[in-house]
Structures are given as C-alpha cells and as structure tokens.
Design a protein around this ligand. Structure first.
Ligand code: CUA
Length: 156
C-alpha cells in the first residue's frame, strides 16, 4: 500500500508524541512513588470534608512548645475557623483543603501563599514572630464574594 510521505511523517510524529507522553506519565508516577506522603493523606473527598478527620473539627491544636497545627477548610466564601489567636513566636503548621472550588490562602507581607484545591490537602508552615493582626486572603477568583473571602490570625 502506498503511503504518502507527508502522512508517514505525521504517523512518525504521532507515535513519537505518544512515546513522549507515556514516558512523562511514567516518570511522574515513578517520582510520586519515590516520595510517598508522610503521615497525612493528601487527597480527600471534597464532598465529605466535614466528615473527614481532622477536617470534621477545624481549629488550632497545640502540638509542641509554641507550636500549633491549624486545621482549616476553605469554602465559598470563607475559612474555618474564621479567626485564630496565637502567641508571638508561634510556629503554625497549616493544613487546609477546599470544600468546593479552588481558593487561595495568602497572608500579605509574608511568604505564606498557597492554592487550596478541592480533593487535595495543602500544607505550609510559618513562624509568626511579630505580634499583630494578620489578614488571610483568598487570591484565586472563586465567585461573587471572592473579594470578601478572608479570615484573621491574631498574634499576641
Ligand atoms: Cu475563595 Cu476567592
């Protein structure tokens, strides 16, 4: 059967792309396998956040000497807990997931900035050295009241 040269090129190109694609998937899967999640589950059913520990009880938990774990949920349009108070110098391990759409978690003036995705648990640790009121903002557009989606962390 006669195959036009241009068609041959496209077939070869197509197969090459397929090989590239498959190896990318393979490498990613391999890389993920090399770094198993440590301790916490990193995926969650976004429809059952309220029933899934520890997100069934969002809040601050003391885990060490001036060290806290902040279990939080993000939703349209707010966060839970909606206000937290910690002593100055506290190290906070944030653990957050979304109950609906993609939200953000940013504390202006710090390097705290993460995406909050439904179905995923995101982690970030920050040490609050300076006393004050820290605003937590959503920086991913999530709907009508996106601009008012915020919470506060009071450090004293
Ligand atoms: Cu949540 Cu914007």
């Amino acid at each position: 059967m006669h195959i036009h040269r241009l068609e041959k090129i496209w077939i070869v190109f197509g197969i090459s792309m397929l090989i590239v694609f498959l190896s990318v998937i393979g490498v990613s899967a391999f890389a993920m396998g090399m770094n198993p999640p440590t301790g916490h589950a990193h995926t969650i059913d976004p429809a059952k956040v309220d029933l899934t520990p520890p997100f069934d009880q969002p809040g601050l938990k003391k885990v060490g000497e001036n060290e806290y774990e902040a279990v939080m949920t993000a939703f349209a349009f707010g966060y839970k807990p909606d206000k937290m108070e910690i002593p100055a110098g506290a190290t906070v391990h944030f653990m957050i997931t979304s109950k609906d759409v993609v939200h953000g978690f940013e504390i202006p003036g710090t390097n705290v900035n993460m995406m909050v995705l439904p179905g995923e648990v995101n982690h970030l640790t920050y040490k609050f050295d300076k006393p004050g009121s820290y605003l937590v903002l959503c920086n991913e557009y999530c709907g009508g009241a996106h601009e008012w989606m915020k919470t506060t962390i009071v450090v004293n």
